[in-house]
Design a protein around this ligand. Sequence first.
Ligand code: NIG
Ligand code: FE
Length: 439
Amino acid sequence: MGHAEKVNASGEDVLVADWLITGCSQLLTMQGPAPRRGRALAEPGVIRDGALLVRGGRIHAVGSRRRIERLPEARRAEKLDLGGRVALPGFVDSHTHLIFPSSRANEYEQRIGGASYEEIARAGGGIRATVGALRRAPRERLKERALFFLREFAAHGTTTIEAKSGYGLDWKNEIKILEILGELQGEQPVEIVRTFLGAHMTPAEYRRRPEAWVELLVKRLIPHVAEARLAEFCDVFCERGAFTVEQARKILEAGRARGLAPRIHAEQLSRTGGARLAIELGAASADHLDKANAGDIRALAASNVVCTLLPGCSFHLGLAKNAPARRLIAAGAIVALATDFNPGTSPTVSMPMVLAIACTQMRMTPAEAIAAATINAAYSLRMHERVGSLEAGKYADLAAFDVEDYREIPYYFGINLCSMTMKRGKVIHSGKMGGSSGP
Ligand code: NIG
Ligand code: FE
């Protein structure tokens, strides 16, 4: 029995053991300098027959099984044999809208029938429909749903997520969302980083005076969110029908002045100049970028703004055009991948599915896609020193997949082959472990 301690975050007694993890056909370490650009994105740092020694929730040593097994500390550790599976850093999902009250399957069907996302939004559907439903939803219900989806994130290999507000769009409900996210952090193991997205859409009450909503955000909500430490980042949906570049600049500058680092939804359905604004403000991330042009790509590549691509959106919306992933990588931009889990454009928690779409639709290689969904995503959340790679000193956040070759993770699309997920040394999901392995 290894050194063990009790953790009470969930009110339950949970053992965090020291682990000697072996039996990895491939151990993807993602070792090396972060963030990854260009050719470095394609170097997953594979150790064949690799092993990990975990102590006190952190990685104590990583390397070949022969070397790690010989360490004196390994003798006292609990043994975890992955049976020839692939192990990699837990996914870091750097763009989600976790808290929403219900699906919009009705709109999904309307879009299949030919209506566009923007037409549906203009007719009172879209984000505003979800806002109406969220304001009516009991807090407990919102939380139960989020807990369900958090378990599913973990079951698909994700150990850290960013989560945005943005479906409340009034003082009470925006704060409620951020508070629920704070409570969830203490009640389940997936790590949650909060982003204030009061500028997701102008709420219906302010439809005729959008500047008054911007003023309220800048003068009251952002200062309160920052003061009460309810979020670490501030985001704006910079899009035709949502917020202009000028409004986004005001909002993100107000956030930055209070310590909320900027992120931005940019160049998704139309090109507005949001990516250039991200660079001007030194934003942590510019997300979507489906409509980014050649000049944007050059400018992004010369910056430290992470280009967070969300190919689940084009897939779910049935759009032919995807973000220019290959051109961004070739130019040297920092590319990350995330689910954008939300009820309107990307209702999935599955990072393996996002990897599959990224590979076939944007022609990222499996290695590039995995680096984008781990170490580069961690960099965009300013967490790359703690998570996103399997290196000594970092959290023992990892996922094991029921495959022998990491390329099979995106290859087998639409099937969840994640057999074990560990967060800070604690097993938080365990599927089909032991016995015969997968395909
Ligand atoms: O990232 N763009 C803004 N947010 C989501 C869509 C939200 C919704 O339709 O409810 C996105 O695509
Ligand atoms: Fe989004």
